[in-house]
Design a protein around this ligand. Structure first.
Ligand code: GAP
Length: 455
């Protein structure tokens, strides 16, 4: 097993063992590349989303949030180009019947990026005798395009209805409503967090590439004549700041600009923020200049004017759009990957999830030193109940104190407070720091201030 697989295996196993992420439908033998977010995973996920919303919506006067539907009008996807153009190339091995992303097989074997060029990829696969990564044979079908939108049907609607492949569509169709109801002034943004669905040809790498995932997106509307390059740069900085707030190390982040001929059908310029996962540098977030593509397309298809009227300059125009896009699941994977630490301690190896405190699922755990001493249990419970309304807390009296620390280390709880006999006499607790493992006695009357400062 390579080092990368090893780290991923350890993460997957910790996530299951400690209640972050479970494989979906395990009792039925599992369900391909689908995952359930377990109790601590949900807390972490909510914190990741809250951090984003605070940074990009709450703290900004120029951005408002919406929450649109997953099932949207099919005309929207025709207008946006997704019905005809949202394709990946797939290829099958005729021998072992495994299916692959054709561009990935070609690029891994030759270094050539032939995405979107089916004929060329078929030729390279066959002429250069590229072996199947699964069985090693070379007997390929033709590379062909596959539309990644999930189709379903809806009562009362003729024809297929699609599960949205990106949240952006729901934002563009509400552009006019937001302009009319919210007194926004260009430049302004509309933000949304929500599920998106893609029938990926090959999913994998834990929660990196899945078919049901969540996005956090902003459509930022600007005047068509705005000098957008500095703004573009500013957004990239903001995206990196957010990655750092998740715990990412700066040296594990880099920018990757898409070549002109590889841009998505709607984009004039796209830069990805990549993170060095254990399986290599891969896309974490993206930033695209979508121009007026979407508003113009939706205006044409709907027959509605999707313009902005500047009352001061008496000017009417279709704004251009910068689109910073973020994946919730990839953010979570970064938080988990960056937090995972193994440390040598006297009695072996300590595994500790060093989450930044703002996203740690549990902020403080309260323990009675001994389970069978009612007075210790009562005081620890009392403190747990007092602080639980303010911070996400936990009470634990299972096993010995060392085991309880180990469990909280793996959950990533920054502080553990223990009530012992001295605590009853002195009205204090022992607070143990997750990262330094140092312990200090804190008077109960000061605990409020202590936690407020640390958390
Ligand atoms: N609206 C633009 C858009 O959807 P994208 O690069 O296709 O752009 C945006 O997707 C983000 O969504 C990605 O940067 C990634 O974080 C996340 N994402 C995309 N596909 C994903 C998948 N199959 N599984 C998990 N996250 C995904």
């Amino acid at each position: 097993m390579s080092k990368a697989d090893d780290k991923m295996q350890k993460l997957v196993s910790l996530c299951k063992r400690r209640g972050f992420i479970y494989p979906a439908c395990e009792i039925y033998g599992g369900f391909a590349n689908a995952w359930s977010f377990a109790p601590y995973g949900v807390e972490l996920r909510n914190n990741v989303k809250r951090l984003w919303w605070k940074k990009f919506v709450q703290e900004r006067e120029d951005i408002v949030g919406i929450d649109g539907p997953i099932l949207l009008h099919s005309k929207l996807w025709e207008a946006s180009g997704h019905t005809s153009g949202f394709n990946d190339s797939m290829v099958d091995c005729k021998k072992c019947k495994h299916r692959f992303r054709a561009d990935h097989v070609v690029e891994d074997a030759t270094g050539k990026d032939l995405e979107g060029q089916n004929e060329e990829m078929t030729k390279v696969l066959r002429e250069e005798k590229i072996p199947c990564p699964n069985c090693g044979e070379c007997d390929w079908t033709e590379a062909r395009s596959f539309n990644m939108m999930f189709k379903t049907e809806m009562n009362g609607i003729e024809g297929p209805v699609y599960l949205r492949p990106e949240t952006a569509g729901a934002i563009f169709v509400d552009f006019k409503n937001v302009v009319d109801s919210m007194r926004v002034k260009v430049p302004f943004g509309i933000a949304q967090i929500g599920k998106a669905f893609r029938n990926e040809i090959v999913a994998g790498n834990f929660i990196f590439r899945i078919r049901e995932f969540e996005q956090m997106e902003i459509e930022y509307f600007i005047h068509p004549k705005t000098k957008w390059e500095p703004l573009f740069e500013e957004w990239l900085d903001k995206q990196e700041e957010y990655a750092l707030a998740l715990g990412a190390d700066k040296k594990n982040l880099r920018r990757y600009e898409h070549a002109k001929e590889k841009l998505s059908h709607y984009s004039q310029k796209t830069i990805d923020i990549e993170y060095k996962f254990s399986f290599g540098f891969k896309e974490l977030f993206g930033l695209a200049h979508r121009g007026d593509f979407d508003l113009t397309q939706h205006a044409k298809a709907s027959g509605q004017k999707l313009e902005y009227f500047d009352t001061v300059k008496n000017e009417r125009y279709v704004p251009h759009v910068l689109e910073p896009t973020f994946g919730v699941d990839r953010s979570l994977l970064v938080a988990l990957d960056a937090a995972y630490t193994e440390e040598k301690v006297n009695d072996g190896v300590r595994i500790v999830m060093k989450f930044p405190v703002s996203i740690a699922p549990i902020k403080i755990a309260f323990f009675p030193l001994l389970k069978n001493k009612p007075e210790l249990v009562a005081r620890a419970k009392e403190l747990y109940q007092k602080f639980n309304s303010q911070y996400n807390c936990e009470f634990d009296d299972n096993g010995n104190i060392g085991k309880r620390y180990r469990r909280q280390d793996e959950i990533g709880t920054p502080f553990c407070a223990t009530v012992d006999f001295e605590s009853l006499e002195n009205q204090d607790v022992t607070v143990r720091d997750r990262d330094t493992m140092k312990q200090e006695r804190i008077a109960i009357k000061d605990l409020d201030d202590y936690l407020a400062k640390k958390l």
